[in-house]
Design a protein around this ligand. Sequence first.
Ligand code: SF4
Ligand code: SF4
Length: 194
Amino acid sequence: MTLVPGRDCGDCTVCCIAPSIDKPEIQKASNAACRHCLGGGCDIYETRPPVCRSFYCAWRTVEIFGDEWRPDKSGVLPQIETEGIPAHFNYTTGIGLMLVGNPLRTVRQKYFQDFVATGIRNSIPLFLSLPGPRGYHAATGLLNTPEMRDAVARGTVRQALEAALLILRQWNFKPVQFANSGNDVSMPPVPEPG
Ligand code: SF4
Ligand code: SF4
C-alpha cells in the first residue's frame, strides 16, 4: 500500500473508534473507542495487532483528499470500498464517506459537495454512511442515484445530500454479530446522565 507523502495521522483516532473490529486477536464494537486509544494515540503502537497495522483510511492513501479531509477535522472517515459495487459501474472499487462528526454540518461544506459532484459526474461509486449506535452496523447508501445526478446538474447537491442523510437517520440499524471473542478491547459504554 502506498501512503501519500507528508501526511500522518497526528492526533486522529477516528479509525480506533468508529468501525468494529472482529479478528481472533482483537475485537472492538462499532462506535466505541478502543481501550488502547489514549491521549491521541495507540498505547500499544509498537505491538498493535496486524489488522491495525494494515489499516489506513483513504485520506492516508489517496491524494485527491486534501488536508482538510483529515477525519478528526473533517468529520468524514473516507474509505476505499470493494464490496457492494453494482455491476453497471466501470470501477470495481468505490469510495465510502462515513459521517463521523456533525453530519449535517459536513454535508453543508462546499468541499464535500464538490467532491460528491465530481464523483457523480465521473460515475465513481460513492457511498454515504452514518455510524449506528454502539455495536450496530452503519447505515449506508449509494449516492449515485438518478436524484443525485439530477441535483449535480441543477446545482442542488446540498439539498440532495441532506435528503440522503435524512434517509440514513431513519435507518433500521442492525447489530454486528461477531465471529470472534475473548479479546474485546471496547471501552465500556459511557453511563447515561441521571
Ligand atoms: S482515520 Fe485515517 S488519519 Fe485517522 S488515525 Fe485512522 S488512518 Fe490515521
Ligand atoms: S489497538 Fe488498534 S484499534 Fe486499538 S488503539 Fe491501537 S491501533 Fe487503535
